[in-house]
Design a protein around this ligand. Structure first.
Ligand SMILES: O=C(CO)COP(=O)(O)O
Length: 261
């Protein structure tokens, strides 16, 4: 990969690992990822809300070069929204990132582009970096609509987002048919959509913004299929689900991030 963008390997734990398991897991990761491994890659953990305080305590206490974030946030900053967690709360816990618009949120919680846009803006209000997820389902892919679909989700999410804000966004291309299925996209599939997303960023903003934004691939990423994907010029890292629950496997993936620079 010939790019100045710093690779990012992010582990989305989804609804796995309670706060005690999170401590053991993060300690194992910290032990395996010695300082040198972090030199040229950003490593992010995206645990459930209930684990964030435990992860923060370890990261702060042991000065780990791991960053972390939430898997979702409210569009609101506070108030009578039972069950929701605000960007302000995540920021107070030291979060760097927050996932926005993951396909599981879109599917199970009916999040549409308007809500995703509101959540992106909420993230920026609290200096959190949104990891904006886009990607098509199987019928759209079979009809050849993957680029149009993903670009349209990008447009919807970034509506009213300024160039200054957009420069720091992370976009994750996660084709729904590849998530948790073991059916990873080919490197060419990943590159096709990631390059189209970058081209769209250049249209929406300018070439400088497009060149600065990190675009990740996600969907059944494992250490035995990541190399070809990370080799693609417009793929700057991975958003990893299942494989991030195995510390040894996740460390292997982080090494690929390091080597891709
Ligand atoms: O949804 C994902 C990450 O956000 C991908 O999940 P898997 O890696 O388990 O396919």
């Amino acid at each position: 990969m010939t790019t100045a963008r710093r690779p990012l390997m992010a582990g989305n734990w989804k609804m796995n690992l309670n706060h005690l398991e999170a401590i053991a897991h993060t300690q194992k990761l910290a032990f395996a990822l010695n300082d040198k491994d972090f030199d040229r890659v950003d490593v992010a953990l995206l645990p459930p809300f209930t684990d964030l305080r435990s992860v923060q305590t370890l990261v702060d206490g042991d000065k780990l070069r791991i960053v972390y974030g939430g898997q979702d946030l409210s569009r609101h900053d506070g108030g009578a929204y039972t069950g929701d967690v605000s960007g302000a709360m995540l920021a107070k816990l030291g979060c760097t990132f927050v996932l926005v618009g993951h396909s599981e949120r879109r599917q199970y919680h009916h999040e549409d582009d308007d809500l995703v846009n509101a959540k992106v803006l909420a993230a920026y209000r609290h200096s959190l970096t949104p990891i904006l997820c886009v990607g098509e389902g199987l019928p759209v892919r079979q009809a050849g609509g993957q680029v149009a679909h993903s670009v349209s989700q990008l447009d919807g999410a970034l509506r009213t987002v300024t160039a200054e804000q957009a420069r720091s966004v992370v976009v994750a291309y996660e084709p729904v048919w590849a998530i948790g299925t073991g059916e990873v996209a080919t490197p060419a599939d990943a590159q096709e959509v990631c390059s189209a997303l970058r081209a769209r960023l250049a249209e929406l903003y300018d070439g400088e913004v497009a060149a600065a934004v990190r675009i990740l691939y996600g969907g059944s990423v494992k250490s035995d299929n990541i190399a070809g994907i990370m080799d693609q010029p417009d793929v700057d890292g991975a958003l990893v689900g299942g494989a991030s629950l195995d510390p040894g496997e996740f460390v292997k993936l982080c090494r690929f991030g390091e080597m891709s620079v």
